[in-house]
Design a protein. Structure first.
Length: 249
C-alpha cells in the first residue's frame, strides 16, 4: 500500500471515529431531551430541579459514552473501584432539592448494595445551575476534595433540605460546613476555593453536561444510559443490574 493511500485510510478512520462520537452524543442529548420534556410537562419550567418522572429513558451504551467515565483511582470526587464494571456519572447542584433527596434516600442503598461489593463506581460532576450560591458550593466541594473530604462535605450539605438562594452557601456557612465535614486546614480550603484550578474543574464538569444535553439536576449516566431526576431507588437498582449483566457480572 502506498504512503498516500495509507494516509488517506487513516484519515478516513479518524473521520469515522469522530462521526460515531458525535452520533453517540446526539443519542444521549436526545434521550435527556425527551426526559426533560416529560419532566417540564409534569413539573414546570425546564431548568427547574427535576422530580422523579417515571422510568429511565433507554439508550445504548456506546464506547464514546462509556469513555466519559474518568476511572481515576485518585479522584476525590468518586466512590468505588476504578475498575468497577458499572460507572454512574452524576451531574448535580448542591442547591438542588432533588439532588439532596437522591443523596439521602438512594445513594446509601447504592453504596451498600453495589459500591461496597465492587460492582458500581459513582463519579460526581459539578453542575451548578442555580446562580452564585450554587457556584460557590461547587467550588467549596472541589476544595474539600483537595483534602480528601469531598464526600464528607457532600453529606453535610445534603444532610437536610435547604432553601435555594437563601444564604446557606455564603462564605461563613461554607466554612462552617467544611469544619463539620472534618476539614482542618481552613486557610487551604479557602485558597483552593478561590483558585483558577477550582473554577476550571467546575467549568469542565459543567461543559461536559451541557454537551450531553443536561439542563436540570440531578442527571445521571449509568454506563451510558441516561436517568433524569431523583427516581425511586428501584429505578437505579434496575439500571445498575442491567449494566452489570451486560458487562458480564
Amino acid at each position: 500500500m502506498s504512503g498516500s493511500t495509507l494516509s488517506s485510510s487513516r484519515r478516513s478512520r479518524r473521520r469515522t471515529v469522530a462521526a460515531v462520537a458525535v452520533l453517540a452524543a446526539a443519542v444521549v442529548t436526545a434521550a435527556f431531551a425527551l426526559t426533560l420534556d416529560d419532566s417540564s410537562n409534569r413539573n414546570g419550567r425546564a431548568g427547574e430541579p427535576a422530580a422523579a418522572t417515571g422510568s429511565a429513558v433507554p439508550a445504548p451504551a456506546d464506547e464514546s459514552l462509556l469513555a466519559l467515565a474518568r476511572r481515576d483511582a485518585s479522584d476525590p470526587l468518586a466512590l468505588g473501584r476504578a475498575d468497577a464494571p458499572v460507572v454512574m456519572i452524576e451531574y448535580s447542584d448542591f442547591q438542588c432539592p432533588f439532588c439532596g433527596r437522591f443523596a439521602r434516600e438512594t445513594k446509601p442503598e447504592l453504596l451498600r448494595s453495589y459500591v461496597d461489593r465492587g460492582v458500581l463506581r459513582i463519579e460526581w460532576r459539578n453542575f451548578p445551575v442555580f446562580g452564585e450560591e450554587s457556584e460557590q458550593a461547587a467550588l467549596a466541594g472541589w476544595a474539600a476534595g483537595r483534602q480528601k473530604k469531598f464526600w464528607e462535605f457532600h453529606d453535610v450539605v445534603y444532610g437536610k433540605p435547604r432553601e435555594r438562594n437563601a444564604g446557606d452557601f455564603g462564605a461563613e456557612n461554607l466554612i462552617a460546613m467544611a469544619r463539620e465535614a472534618g476539614i482542618t486546614d481552613i486557610e487551604r480550603f479557602q485558597a483552593d476555593m478561590a483558585s483558577d484550578q477550582a473554577r476550571s474543574a467546575v467549568q469542565k464538569d459543567r461543559e461536559e453536561g451541557y454537551v450531553l444535553g443536561v439542563t436540570s439536576t440531578p442527571a445521571f449516566l449509568v454506563n451510558g444510559r441516561p436517568i433524569l431526576g431523583a427516581q425511586p431507588t428501584a429505578a437505579f437498582e434496575e439500571a445498575v443490574e442491567t449494566a452489570a449483566k451486560a458487562a458480564g457480572r
